[in-house]
Ligand binder design. Structure first.
Ligand SMILES: Cc1cc2nc3c(=O)[nH]c(=O)nc-3n(C[C@H](O)[C@H](O)[C@H](O)COP(=O)(O)OP(=O)(O)OC[C@H]3O[C@@H](n4cnc5c(N)ncnc54)[C@H](O)[C@@H]3O)c2cc1C
Length: 402
């Protein structure tokens, strides 16, 4: 409560998956929340997303189950294969195992569907589109922020959920360009009926090969197959989800790969190219009454499929820390939030980076050792990922070391 007896007013900058889910978590915790988004409409491009039970649990708790059960897919399992002959490297069940072990399913979902599901749970009149934050200042007992359209706000707390190019991060910690990660992705969606003859089960498959890997899974109630094929590149001068790539170029990047991989690429309706950028982990996220979440403070390679999931966890922990704080000054609660979150997301940033090298090994002794290790102790099963999937971000427990 503020000294006036009203719930504190929280401004969330950015209406992506992280910002909107945090807004919902904060509203459920009793705060007055407004979201400010630079775009003129709520949009997510870029195909599908994997949502581990650690994040799915939060979304179900936020009352979004109906939309998730309608639009998301519960993949039966995860199957990692070799790039040329399709040999199995590791295979594990995901559903219903995740629900039995962790009380929530593992989901695959179209990003636009997920954003619409989350937005449907939050009052539209508190989402302010066409507001690009251009500056902020600490006002002592409030934050001042201003937008390119001339609007000014004075919330009690401000949360920067404005993505990898975060203006809030720059205002707090200075400008620093993200680095090209040496990888580009070819992304596409394939209508399921066009590949019905492949007889794919409703699950995740990933294919590992020299200098590249490709992942595919179903989204949109199983009507579309989403694929993302990563290849290594030395340089890149664009950073855009929606650069069109020709299917021929994507096929050339996966020349010599298994016929199933090539068939999926060839059958895509459209294909986009997207470059991967990265930043080093930040030592802190909060200054006074302002903090960060999601890609604004911990962008990560998508090679643990956890970027959006961690943004959703951030919102749950932030809401719990602020709700648990009796102090009128929220700075201490924000510090607690970042100290609970930092070890876990830094670990995932590091694991995601390491997976880039592990997934892209040239055939040879190191690749054979990796494959033998996967065969001995797969690292993708729900049991192996207990520390990740079993974690309850709303419970304010430190991240498990194991
Ligand atoms: C190919 C690929 C595959 C991925 N797969 C997965 C996966 O399977 N599972 C998973 O969990 N994660 C995955 N990720 C990661 C995930 O997409 C991101 O981590 C997640 O979308 C970050 O969400 P966010 O809300 O923090 O940021 P964003 O989605 O970037 O949202 C930021 C929002 O802020 C707005 N904004 C920016 N600047 C301003 C401003 N100045 N003022 C107002 N608004 C502003 C933007 O318009 C945007 O709406 C993947 C990423 C990629 C690239």
């Amino acid at each position: 409560m503020t000294t006036s007896g009203k719930p504190p007013h929280i401004a969330v900058i950015g209406a992506g998956i992280g910002g909107l889910s945090a807004a919902l978590s904060l509203r459920r915790a009793g705060f007055a929340v407004d979201v400010y988004e630079q775009a003129a409409e709520l949009t997510e491009v870029g195909g599908g997303i994997n949502m581990g039970p650690n994040a799915a649990r939060i979304l179900y708790r936020l009352g979004l189950g109906e939309g998730l059960d309608r639009d998301a897919v519960r993949p039966v399992g995860t199957h990692q294969r070799r790039w040329d002959d399709g040999r199995t490297l590791q295979k594990a069940g995901l559903n219903p195992q995740c629900e039995a072990l962790y009380g929530a399913p593992h989901l695959t979902v179209h990003r636009a569907d997920l954003l619409a599901i989350i937005a449907a749970g939050f009052p539209a009149e508190h989402i302010h589109l066409g507001h690009r934050l251009v500056g902020l200042a600490d006002g002592g007992d409030h934050v001042e922020a201003w937008f390119d359209n001339g609007a000014r706000i004075t919330p009690d707390i401000l949360v920067g959920a404005d993505g990898i190019h975060s203006a809030v991060r720059t205002a707090l910690f200075g400008a620093e360009e993200p680095r090209f990660a040496g990888c580009v992705a070819y992304r596409g969606l394939v209508p399921a009926e066009r590949i019905a003859d492949l007889g794919l089960e409703l699950g995740n498959q990933s294919w590992l090969g020299p200098g590249a890997h490709l992942v595919h899974y179903f989204v949109s109630g199983g009507r579309l197959l989403n694929f993302v094929g990563w290849t290594e590149h030395d340089t890149w001068n664009r950073e855009d989800w929606t650069d069109r790539a020709t299917i021929a170029r994507a096929l050339a990047a996966f020349e010599g790969w298994h016929p199933q991989v090539r068939r999926i690429i060839a059958t895509a309706e459209t294909c986009f190219i997207w470059a991967l950028f990265d930043r080093d982990p930040l030592p802190r996220w909060s200054v006074g009454r302002t903090t960060l979440l999601g890609d604004a403070c911990h962008p990560m390679y998508p090679f643990m499929a956890q970027g959006a999931a961690q943004a959703i966890e951030d919102g749950a922990t932030l809401a719990a820390c602020l709700a648990a704080s009796s102090d009128a000054d929220p700075a201490e609660a924000l510090r607690r939030y970042e100290s609970l979150r930092l070890p876990r997301v830094t670990r995932l940033q590091e694991m995601s980076r390491a997976n880039k090298a592990r997934y892209h090994m040239r055939d040879g002794p190191a690749q054979q050792a990796r494959d033998a290790e996967y065969a001995r102790a797969g690292d993708r099963s729900p049991e192996a990922l207990r520390w990740l999937f079993g974690f309850d971000a709303g419970a304010l427990a430190p991240a498990e070391p194991g």
